[in-house]
Design a protein around this ligand. Structure first.
Ligand code: MTE
Length: 354
């Protein structure tokens, strides 16, 4: 794996073994016996209402492709073409760099991280974002910090990354669809940005919002989900040092399909909490709405902590398939970060607050 800061161009052919590439799940082909856990049912329900969708994801993808082509869409650049980022080497950054990672948690090949995505603004198929997200313009980009803050602000993305030293965090990522990856993110603790905004005593939750611009995000022309994508955390979760805002991976600027220019990463929660292409972070008093909870409240809760003992209403969460591996692994409570985060939920009924 390239070390952040090394100015070594990463070519996918150098990183992905043929075996890994061949064994990865293909769009339209179930990746394992529990494909698309949780997403297909909601997807089907929304598709029924969507003007574009006739016959499911393929039709959606086709329509989206047509929209994107009409608008001159192009695939995003290869990671090797994106600017390299340099990384802080402070003791605290080093201490958290690979916290709780086991020896069999090797980083997932770059090719998989950037071609097997969920980003419904660019289609429903796992490979769609890698083909479609070239229409997203991640620069210039402004992030607003609003709401219950003494110092709300609007910051340009490049000023923001200069404010905080970037750290590498190699985290497991567990999707509610029961697949997982290990991703070497670059970013900074979300808590540092929140502290800077000086929350008022009424700030109990943090709400996040993705860009809403159907020109750049053609999937927003459909009603497959309520747009814009929104997410939320309790403020103590947001202040936890493991919660980061990521602006890069594998030592380089974040590719569009992974949520450029800035996305949330909360490694102990299911991947859908990791909202992409964020334009606003709002400190609020009440629990904010979240996209998948709005879409299917009985299936997706606000907390979404990885929990092998609390199944999705129709499917087990007890095990998962690591992308690139053939056999399944047991899913760990809080995705293996229990020692770091379980105390946040003392006294909370995790079955009720799933
Ligand atoms: N953010 C937005 N704006 N739109 C999305 O569709 N998908 C979520 C999350 N963030 C999504 C999003 C889901 S379901 C997952 S699993 C992760 O992004 C996937 O992140 P990745 O594609 O970088 O692996």
């Amino acid at each position: 794996m390239a070390k952040p800061g090394d100015d070594v161009p990463i070519r996918s052919s150098e990183i992905t073994s043929e075996k890994d590439y061949a064994s990865r799940p293909k769009p339209g082909v179930p990746p394992d016996p529990e494909p698309d856990l949780g997403f297909n049912p909601a997807r089907r329900r929304f598709i029924r209402n969507a003007a574009l969708a006739v016959g499911g994801a393929t039709a959606f993808g086709g329509a989206l492709l047509a929209i994107t082509k009409r608008r001159g869409g192009a695939p995003p650049p290869e990671l090797s073409a994106l600017p390299a980022l340099s990384v802080a080497e402070t003791p605290s950054a080093r201490a958290l760099a690979s916290v709780a990672l086991a020896s069999n948690d090797t980083p997932t090949p770059l090719e998989d991280i950037t071609t097997y995505n969920n980003f419904y603004e660019f289609g429903l198929g796992k490979e769609d974002p890698a083909f479609m997200a070239g229409t997203l313009r991640p620069r210039p980009w402004t992030l607003k910090i609003t709401g219950e803050a003494h110092k709300p602000e609007e910051i340009g993305i490049d000023d923001l990354t200069r404010l905080f030293p970037l750290e590498e965090r190699i985290y497991r990522m567990r999707c509610v669809e029961a697949w997982s990856m290990v991703i070497p993110w670059l970013g900074f603790p979300l808590g540092k940005l929140i502290e800077r905004a000086q929350p008022t005593s009424r700030a109990k939750y943090v709400a996040f919002k993705t860009l809403h611009d159907p020109e750049q995000m053609p999937g927003q022309r459909t009603q497959v989900l309520p747009w814009p994508y929104v997410e939320g955390l309790r403020i103590d979760e947001a202040m936890h040092p493991l919660a980061i805002l990521s602006v890069g991976l594998y030592g380089r600027t974040l590719p569009n399909q992974n949520g450029a220019p800035i996305r949330l990463v909360v490694p102990w929660k299911y991947g859908f909490k990791g909202i992409k292409s964020i334009v606003e972070i709002r400190l609020v008093e009440e629990e904010p709405p979240t996209t998948w909870n709005r879409a299917a409240p009985s299936e997706y809760g606000f907390y979404a902590n990885v929990n092998p003992e609390v199944d999705h209403p129709r499917w087990s969460q007890a095990s998962e398939r690591r992308i690139g591996e053939l056999s399944r692994r047991s899913t760990l409570p809080f995705n293996g970060y229990a020692e770091q985060v379980a105390h946040l939920y003392e006294g909370l009924d995790l079955r009720r607050h799933f």
